[in-house]
Design a protein. Structure first.
Length: 107
């Protein structure tokens, strides 16, 4: 089964304060089935935290991008990952069941 996945990208690296026109809403089809025993988990994002440090990740280069694996630069056109909460919609992993709430880095 497939669903339409919506996600936000930046159009280009941002210098200064971001504006709504710097972002783009994209959609694509996404499979929501996984093979049993595959350890794959499909999560539907419920809440994402867009913190101030995300602005530095949107720049072409910033010193924070060299100090933390969580602060790597965001690639224009790719989904923005962030800390969030989601619900498992499909799982092949024995530790997660459909309906479980999870938190962590979500993209």
């Amino acid at each position: 089964m497939e669903v339409m996945n919506k996600y936000i990208t930046i159009k280009a690296h941002i210098n200064g304060a971001p504006h709504e026109s710097d972002f783009e809403l994209k959609t694509e089809t996404f499979p929501i089935s996984v093979e049993s025993g595959s350890n794959d988990v499909v999560v539907r994002s419920l809440y994402l935290s867009i913190d101030p440090y995300q602005i530095n990740r949107m720049k072409s280069h910033n010193s924070l991008q060299n100090t933390s694996s969580f602060a790597v630069g965001i690639v224009p056109g790719e989904a923005i990952d962030a800390f969030g909460v989601g619900r498992v919609v499909a799982s092949g992993h024995p530790g997660f069941e459909k309906g479980d709430l999870v938190s962590g880095m979500i993209s």
